[in-house]
Design a protein around this ligand. Structure first.
Ligand code: ATP
Length: 505
């Protein structure tokens, strides 16, 4: 944040906002920037009033209107140049109080003329439209490894732990990346209480819980590997060939970190499975983002939510960020001006810029079933390294899926003729093959025996494959993918490194 803040203050931006729940760390960084720019820092809260941080002088004023009156007096003079930090002022602005908003605009104008600035600080930022264009948000990253090392040292000192193995220390720091200082401190302390020392597993578990509670991204344990996917040979091969691209030697070689992958296809064909297996293949942590939640919750929070997601993913990087059914999040962006005041378009624009410009190694795996809902800008080159289309599995792939599904349910694939089973399941997706086998298992269990091919045959009689119900949509999807997306499976005719794109329905 310090560089960005320095630039904005030097350029004379009068209104800034820092969105963070880490008040103490944000304030320390703001103070350090003010010192280096020789600005006089004041801090206000409704409980403490206005504090001149240089002289320690406190002026009582709990009411924002009173505060603005004081600021007017200060900002009328050009020297010294003041920076006023306003804690939680946005909560007052939330109430859309017309005189307060007017006063704030006057103050910003005065600050601009005199080279002063105000900085709003709080864990959320919802401004009335009158102020939205007057305030610039400054990014405040989560603590990096060095900052977390200081937090860990503090905990070790208070727990009277004198020495810690370097590998254990680094494991703890890596596990804590993505947490705020307070959350990391809690996780380290919990590890001491639970284990009497520092255990990265406890910290990783706490991080997973904390992120889940925060509700936007979730840490997913990557237990799936590429061998758990039947078919999709070209896609798996593409992933294998990029699996070393996040290593130090790849960086030294001058290889840019891959940006990400868009996997489009028929529901139940293994897209989510591939997203999970990507993390295992790359040996990176996996984060799952629920786009619906970015747009849910308090109105006006979507932009802050997206920023929080990016901050978390970048703090944890290198990592894989899986965005499931991405079209659900961004589908309204083109018509958003008329429906949600432009929020979706703005969030969508921020996401695209991040995808284009990100320099932290966050590999995005986005999956989509319905491309007609995706805005065209999304599919332009440069956002993703590649787009793959996953079609229905052919007979050979279905046989592979049968092998995997049977083994996944603790049976020996050699006890079944999976080639025949594959023939029985024409037009089935992987998910439908699994559903049929689970149905057969239930029937066999109820009769107190192991499943037989006849159970599977019977189960197929109750199954109408999605491909029959959605043949129109599937044809449209294939048509869309033609010339745009790379085929995920070789269909038996293609070589290992085939780059064929779909050329027929
Ligand atoms: P959706 O678009 O509905 O989310 P999806 O394409 O992401 O579907 P998955 O969630 O990956 O499909 O698949 C559902 C389940 O079906 C998987 O957990 C797995 O058990 C099985 N499955 C699907 N495709 C395959 C495959 N190619 N190989 C092995 N199992 C598969």
């Amino acid at each position: 944040m310090q560089n960005q803040l320095t630039t904005y203050l030097s350029a004379g931006y009068p209104g800034l906002a820092v969105v963070s729940s880490e008040e103490a760390r944000a304030e320390a960084e703001i103070a350090s920037v003010c010192t280096s720019l020789k600005r006089r820092l004041h801090a206000w809260s409704s409980t403490e009033g206005l504090v001149d941080t240089k002289e320690g002088r406190v002026t009582n004023c709990s009411d924002p209107l009173e505060l603005f009156q004081l600021l007017e007096g200060m900002f009328n003079a050009k020297e010294p140049r003041h920076v006023v930090l306003l804690r939680d002022l946005q909560l007052h602005l939330d109430q859309t109080d017309p005189p307060l908003i007017r006063r704030m605009k006057d103050i910003l104008r005065l600050a601009k003329v005199g080279g002063h600035a105000i900085i709003l600080l709080g864990c959320r930022l919802k401004l009335p439209p009158e102020l939205e264009h007057e305030i610039t948000t400054v990014d405040f990253s989560l603590p990096d490894a060095n900052q977390l090392r200081t937090v860990l040292d503090g905990i070790l000192k208070s727990a009277k732990i004198k020495s810690l193995d370097e590998a254990v220390r680094e494991g703890a720091i890596q596990s804590a990346l993505g947490l705020t200082t307070m959350e990391a401190e809690n996780a380290f302390a919990l590890s001491v209480v639970e284990t009497g020392g520092i255990d990265h597993k406890v910290i990783a578990r706490e991080k997973a819980r904390t992120l889940k509670r925060n509700g936007l991204v979730e840490v997913v344990e990557a237990t799936t590997c590429l061998d758990d996917i039947g078919g999709l040979g070209l896609l798996k091969d593409w992933l294998v060939r990029r699996s070393g691209a996040f290593s130090a030697s790849a960086k030294a070689y001058g290889l840019p970190a891959p940006k990400g992958l868009l996997i489009v296809g028929i529901p139940g064909t293994g897209k989510s499975l591939t997203a999970k297996a990507t993390a295992s293949a790359f040996g990176l942590p996996l984060l799952r983002l629920d786009m619906g939640r970015v747009f849910g919750g308090i109105v006006g929070q979507s932009e802050a939510n997206l920023r929080a997601v990016i901050q978390t993913a970048e703090a944890i990087s290198p990592c894989v960020l899986w965005i499931d059914e991405i079209e659900k999040g961004f589908s309204g962006s083109s018509s958003s001006g008329s429906t949600d005041g432009g929020t979706s378009s703005r969030v969508f624009g921020s996401f695209l810029s991040w995808m284009q410009e990100k320099n932290k190694p966050v590999f995005v795996v986005a999956t989509a079933n319905d491309v007609s809902k995706l805005p065209p800008e999304f599919l332009r080159k440069g956002r993703f390294d590649e787009m793959f289309f996953v079609d229905l599995p052919d007979a050979q792939e279905r046989a592979q899926i049968w092998d995997i599904v049977i083994a996944r349910h603790g049976r020996k694939p050699t006890e079944f003729d999976t080639v025949v089973l594959a023939q029985m399941c024409e037009l089935y997706t992987g998910a439908e093959i699994e559903a049929v086998f689970v149905d057969a298992l239930h029937e066999a269990y109820a009769d107190g025996r192991e499943p037989k091919p006849s159970d599977i045959l019977e189960a197929t009689e109750h199954m109408i494959p999605l491909a029959q119900l959605m043949d129109g949509q599937i044809a449209a999807l294939r048509h869309w993918a033609k010339g745009r997306a790379r085929l995920a499976a070789s269909r038996g005719k293609q070589g290992r490194r085939n780059t064929r794109r779909i050329d027929s329905n």
